[in-house]
Design a protein around this ligand. Sequence first.
Ligand code: SF4
Ligand code: F3S
Length: 113
Amino acid sequence: MPYVVADPCVKCKYTDCVTVCPVDCFHEGENMLVIDPDECIDCGACVPECPAEAIFLDEDLPGKWHGYIKINADLASKWPVLTEQREPMAGADAEKTRENKVGEISHQPGAGD
Ligand code: SF4
Ligand code: F3S
């Protein structure tokens, strides 16, 4: 029953979320972050921190974003942990409300810490 990063994060990466996670379970890709479902302790602290409202408890995910459960699980093991806040991606303020970005997710890892 972990929390999941969904569509609004893609091409945004505000990274406010990483500063509050007590178990460092955010992993950084080139253009989004994901949560490691095996590490998340379901505290919910990250949810109000995200300016894009991208984080949901898996069972509360809007149906259109259900695929992000598997995306988080698959990519968390391939990407490095990020615990320090970074600058958002260029254009994040416009991208956070654009939908259907699943096809635009880069599988390349981010830099991490
Ligand atoms: Fe980290 Fe808590 Fe968010 Fe899970 S719910 S990713 S443990 S801050
Ligand atoms: Fe993404 Fe929101 Fe964190 S946009 S990087 S889930 S603060």
